[in-house]
Design a binder for this molecule. Structure first.
Ligand code: FPP
Length: 243
């Protein structure tokens, strides 16, 4: 596989298109999210197999509370179900789970499930799997700044970076968005400053291992300059791809 030698260290994904996948089949939207969990399971496995070290997905945004109540409760139930069903297997596969987002408005049951999943998998090192749930990039920047202010610390790029919810992993190398829309939608606003973006028309439930490989092959052909010139990079000053 051509992409194999330049596998990104950290892939982030906006898993869009579950609703359309379901609606096209005359199914309720929640059926699309269920299928989305299947696609996510396969994605985690594939990323682990090909040597990706960090996978971060957008599972529920701060704005998703505005969806119909039935869909919101369906997503909460799905999360609770996925936790009890998937965590033991993910643990066996060496996956460390980390939830990123504002937990204060989640139910006690869901919060307990998140903490359990993190605790059980805390010692795993094969793949760090960050699930952004009730997350927003602006929320993250604001909570980081508020934390620094409350502790009387200076607000600098470095201190904010350390206070951000994803401070346990390096910034993403590749951000994939499925479902045909070309925007970031409040995902990883701080961390995606130099991330390569890849947009796919495929709906998330259809985004399989071959589609991940195609995104990685595209990424492998990019020149990451981090603000430098192309000539600087070819003169041996090239910043190593984080693979
Ligand atoms: C966007 O599709 C997707 C979501 C808002 C939810 C993503 C969740 C999953 C893939 C399942 C994993 C979730 C848990 C709880 C572990 P959309 O509904 O906006 O699709 P549309 O644009 O076609 O309407």
């Amino acid at each position: 596989m051509t992409a194999q030698r330049q596998v990104p260290n950290h892939i982030a994904i906006v898993m869009d298109g579950n609703g359309r996948w379901a609606t096209r089949r005359f199914l309720p939207r929640v059926a699309g999210h269920k299928k989305g969990v299947d696609a996510l399971r396969a994605c985690v496995r594939h990323c682990g197999d090909i040597g990706v070290k960090v996978l971060t997905v957008f599972a529920f945004s701060s704005e998703n509370w505005n969806r119909p109540a039935e869909e919101v409760s369906g997503l909460m139930e799905l999360l609770a179900m996925a936790l009890s069903r998937e965590v033991p297997q993910l643990h066996k596969e060496g996956v460390r789970i980390h939830f990123v987002g504002d937990r204060s408005s989640l139910s006690e049951k869901v919060r307990h499930g998140l903490a359990q999943a993190e605790q059980v998998t805390a010692g795993n090192t094969r793949l760090a799997f960050n699930i952004c749930f009730n997350y927003g990039g602006r929320w993250d920047i604001a909570q980081a700044a508020a934390g620094l202010a409350a502790r009387g610390e200076a607000i600098t790029e470095a201190s904010l970076d350390r206070a951000m919810a994803l401070n346990h992993v390096p910034d993403p190398d590749l951000l994939i968005r499925t479902g045909g829309e070309m925007r970031i939608s409040n995902f990883l606003l701080w961390q995606a400053a130099y991330t390569e973006l890849y947009f796919s028309d495929k709906l998330w439930p259809e985004f399989d291992a071959a589609a991940i490989d195609a995104a990685i092959a595209d990424y492998a052909g990019r020149e990451r300059r981090f603000g430098r010139t192309s000539a600087q990079l070819s003169g041996g000053d090239r910043r190593k791809k984080a693979a």
